[in-house]
Design a protein around this ligand. Structure first.
Ligand code: FES
Ligand SMILES: [Fe+2]
Length: 415
């Protein structure tokens, strides 16, 4: 599976973690590789093996100076391309430095993240033109944090749309006093169109970027309430926002990237295509306090995510305050690698089933020496999600292209 993931650009860290030229290098672990990221004097980004090829000292301790990262053990220095540009421990007449290279990966500063390409050069794709990368800095907010579970569990949580009605539900004072009015009886509580139809119908379709899935619920006036979400290969979700003009809405989503088999990085992005983000408009995941070294949330499994049983009785469904922590509690609580042989998937899990099908097919094709599915162009990623009320006569197929592909909108804005 890792070889399949290497066919894509992968977020490795946030750009502001190495904000300035010659700022301190940062440890990065993705796809079970220990790397170090740095921004050189010219502003170019390097992503190198953490271990110096001389005697394997960690380059995390390195000095970032004059267009290169210098190992503090014996002074060897490497540029962003992994070339050894100085080897002061060898005689000046030696050409040994020309024979030594450190492993390095192409890295790009794009949309608030530093992206890495870790696959074969001949298969390097375009950078994905995701919505949050197509707007000025002021229009987006991004973050990352460590989650202690396999990355697929995170993604499956992200595309598990029916959990929103329960896990993230609040309890109004009325619901608190009337069990029959709680979400388990009435479906999700938002918006009012959804109340009364707790059994939505799900549709999933493969697309040129991954797949799109939608759920419709009966609404008034012979309409359906649709929530439609693209899943962008290989990691990225966009959460459907509220009903409104899709060009004015703020969107958020997450991508879960493997650190190793049992840990992942949850990258979060929020953006608005038409204006700067207001304070507090970002996804709550970006507001969590993190342990500075591990980037794990301070509210974590060691303190049971701060669960408050009194809050659970009176305020919300879980007794856990932050929506992103609610998700983390569930995803980590399954164990680092969930035993899926013990699951019982239903119709509401069709997006999860489709994700596994696409992943397994891609992994199999790589193993057999074939060419697995990847989106063809960066512009295939110009997408958003949508919530809308629509006449029941309009089909899913007719709805999707009109509302979730922003390519034409952005092209107009930029021309
Ligand atoms: S181990 Fe890095 S220079 Fe010797
Ligand atoms: Fe969630």
């Amino acid at each position: 599976m890792g070889d399949y993931l290497r066919r894509f650009w992968i977020p490795a860290l946030c750009s502001d973690e190495i904000a300035e030229p010659d700022s301190p290098p940062v440890r990065v672990k993705i796809l079970n590789e220990e790397l170090v990221a740095f921004r050189d004097t010219n502003g170019d980004v390097g992503l190198l093996d953490n271990y110096c090829p001389h005697r394997r000292a960690s380059l995390f301790f390195g000095r970032n100076e004059e267009c290169g990262l210098r190992c503090v053990y014996h002074g060897w220095k490497f540029d962003v391309n992994g070339e050894c540009v100085d080897m002061p421990s060898e005689p000046s007449e030696s050409n040994f430095k020309d024979k030594v290279k450190i492993k390095s990966y192409p890295a790009r500063d794009w949309g608030g993240f530093i992206w890495a390409y870790m696959g074969p050069v001949e298969h390097q794709p375009d950078l994905p033109e995701v919505g949050w990368a197509m707007v000025p800095d002021s229009h987006r907010k991004v973050s990352r944090r460590l989650q202690e579970n396999n990355y697929v569990q995170g993604i499956e949580g992200g595309i598990d749309s029916s959990h929103v009605s329960f896990l993230h539900s609040g309890l109004t004072p009325y619901q608190r006093d009337h069990p029959e009015a709680r979400p388990v009886r009435r479906g999700t509580m938002q918006p009012t169109a959804m109340i009364g139809d707790s059994a939505p119908r799900f549709v999933v379709q493969d697309t040129n970027y991954g797949f799109v899935y939608g759920a419709n619920r009966d609404a008034e006036n012979d309409e359906y309430y649709w929530r439609i979400t693209p899943f962008m290969m290989p990691f990225f979700t966009i959460i459907p926002g509220s009903i409104g003009n899709p060009d004015d809405l703020t969107y958020s989503g997450h991508g879960w990237i493997p650190a190793d088999d049992e840990n992942c990085w949850m990258f979060t992005y929020s953006w608005n295509a038409s204006r700067p983000l207001n304070k507090g408009e970002n996804h709550p995941a970006s507001d969590l306090e993190l342990e500075p070294r591990t980037l794990r949330a301070t509210i974590n499994k060691d303190n049971d995510y701060g669960i408050d049983r009194e809050m659970q009785r009176n305020v919300n469904f879980t007794g856990i305050a932050n929506g992103s922590v609610q998700d983390a509690g569930i995803q980590e609580g399954m164990g680092a690698i969930c035993d899926r042989t013990k699951e019982h998937l239903g119709t509401s899990d069709s997006a999860i089933i489709n994700l596994r099908r696409i992943y397994l097919r891609g992994a199999r094709e790589i193993m057999e020496g074939g060419d697995p599915f990847t989106p063809e162009k960066g512009s295939d990623y110009r997408l958003r999600s949508v919530s809308l009320l629509q006449d029941r006569g309009i089909s899913f197929n007719d709805t999707v292209p009109a509302v979730i592909n922003t390519a034409s909108v952005i092209a107009t804005e930029r021309s």
